[in-house]
Design a binder for this molecule. Structure first.
Ligand SMILES: Cc1cc2nc3c(=O)[nH]c(=O)nc-3n(C[C@H](O)[C@H](O)[C@H](O)COP(=O)(O)OP(=O)(O)OC[C@H]3O[C@@H](n4cnc5c(N)ncnc54)[C@H](O)[C@@H]3O)c2cc1C
Length: 435
């Protein structure tokens, strides 16, 4: 795969200038990303490298290439969007939950506008079905009012507080004492979205190199060197012996959009100050699907009051009408760097967790039948704050934060990262694409 990518880059003479074609240097990287003596390695000079082809990396690559930059996307997996970007609720969030002026608030609101426009212009399946956030007891009403205030401060229009009977008239299966209606919330077919963005990025000059992993980097003065290898090399690694890069890229701009692995990868950039890299926490969220139901019980998204670590076990609807409940919150241990780069996280949905789902869901959907939930799938939130800590904001870190010219780290891109993806891309390109 790497050889093919190299050949491809070289064939595009004039587009991506190549230096020292297959010139050699001696080095490999040890397990912590440091440099040791080793094999001869090819070097290539490239314009921009985006690490990770999830929705955020893809959106960034598309935006940069639309602005005339030549982009190489490195993705460990055999195709795009196999990690968190295909393991979420596929909800287009309005922008309610986040502290005013936080990146989450600003980029969610902007991203939602961009996303709806993009979906309309490119025929991406989506639907603005609206959402009800529900209070199921009177003690929750102040929290609902707080959410309405937050949303309004964030510039979310159309929010309306409903009495319980009004909400239950809209949704006869629902039980609640009050509800906050968010008409701007919706759902999107994430795979179609990513496919469309990949196509556009490719036609604007982006190259996607799959099965290709960034293993570490080296920063010398103002110059970044990125060490890259084929996925199979990592799979065969025993974790003890040094990792040998097969290629060294010398980019003008690097966007670290490696999702769950972004902090671990940044720590392997030799020369970066580790104190500016946030800790990584992982919160798995499982979904269960509703079986044996011909008609979906709800036509809106139904969300309870948010819980610690997530938005609560909510109802989401697929565009094909399937109903799913989730995600719950389970804090899990991280992986070591290498298995993380290969996305070998534990995505198993234990059937036992369903026992916690029934009582949670029945608070707002009392007629949920016993035995009607089946294990669905799980996703893992790339968090930068742990249990009992306040939620972290998105971190978009450029030279002003870490002093390294041409490096942009994206940390903590959990929900609403899908909604915000086009705005994150715009933010990165606005600030860092003119070097
Ligand atoms: C349970 C759950 C529900 C969610 N629901 C919603 C929702 O409804 N709405 C919403 O807006 N957001 C939601 N989100 C958040 C959203 O899914 C994420 O913010 C978004 O998918 C992050 O995309 P990404 O591109 O940053 O990361 P990812 O999709 O994880 O992509 C990172 C990519 O980097 C690759 N990679 C990793 N290491 C390396 C390496 N060293 N070299 C090369 N490639 C590498 C990985 O293989 C992966 O493909 C949810 C998240 C979760 C977990």
């Amino acid at each position: 795969m790497l050889e093919r990518t190299l050949r491809f880059l070289k064939n595009r003479t004039g587009l991506i200038p190549s230096i020292n074609k297959l010139s050699c240097q001696s080095f490999s990287t040890n397990i912590r990303g440091g440099i040791t003596g080793g094999d001869q390695v090819a070097q290539e000079k490239v314009d921009c490298v985006v690490i990770g082809a999830g929705i955020v990396g893809i959106a960034a690559a598309r935006e940069l290439s639309l602005r005339g930059r030549y982009v190489l996307v490195l993705e460990s997996a055999s195709t795009f969007g196999t990690a968190t970007s295909s393991r979420n609720s596929e909800v287009i969030h309005a922008g309610i939950y986040y502290p005013p002026n936080s990146l989450k608030a600003l980029l969610c609101v902007r991203g939602r506008e961009l996303l709806y426009n993009y979906c309309c212009e490119h025929d991406i399946p989506h639907s603005q079905i609206g959402k009800l956030i529900v209070a199921t007891g009177s003690s929750e009403i102040p929290k609902l009012s707080h959410l309405k205030d937050l949303g309004t401060k964030n510039g979310v229009v159309g929010l309306r507080m409903l009495e319980g009977f009004e909400a239950m008239r809209m949704e006869p299966e629902l039980q609640c004492v009050k509800a906050l209606l968010s008409p701007l919330s919706g759902i999107v077919d994430t795979h179609s979205l990513m496919l469309s963005l990949v196509g556009e990025a490719e036609s604007s000059g982006t190259t996607f190199s799959y099965n290709t992993t960034a293993i570490s980097g080296h920063i010398e003065g103002n110059q970044m060197q990125l060490y890259v290898t084929e996925r199979t090399n990592l799979e065969n690694s025993n974790g003890e012996t040094p990792l040998h890069p097969q290629l060294v890229l010398i980019p003008k701009l690097v966007v670290n959009a490696a999702g769950l692995s972004a902090p671990a990868l940044a720590k392997r950039f030799h020369g970066i100050n580790h104190s500016i890299i946030p800790p990584a926490y992982y919160a798995r969220g499982c979904y269960f699907t509703l079986s044996n139901t011909r008609v979906a019980p709800f036509s809106h998204l139904i969300y309870p009051i948010p819980e610690e670590g997530g938005l609560g076990v909510h109802v989401t609807l697929d565009l094909d009408g399937q109903v799913k409940f989730g995600p719950d919150v389970e804090w899990i241990n991280g992986r070591d760097d290498i298995t993380g780069f290969l996305n070998k996280f534990d995505y198993a949905v234990s059937g036992e967790r369903v026992e916690r789902f029934y009582p949670e869901i029945r608070k707002y959907y009392p007629s949920l039948r016993e035995g009607s939930l089946e294990p669905g799938y799980a996703g893992i939130r790339p968090k930068i704050s742990g249990p009992k800590q306040p939620p972290g904001d998105f971190i978009i870190q450029g030279e002003e934060a870490h002093g390294i010219h041409g490096l942009v780290n994206l940390f903590g891109i959990e929900s609403p990262g899908l909604t915000s993806s086009l705005a994150i891309a715009e933010y990165v390109a606005d600030r860092y694409s003119r070097l």
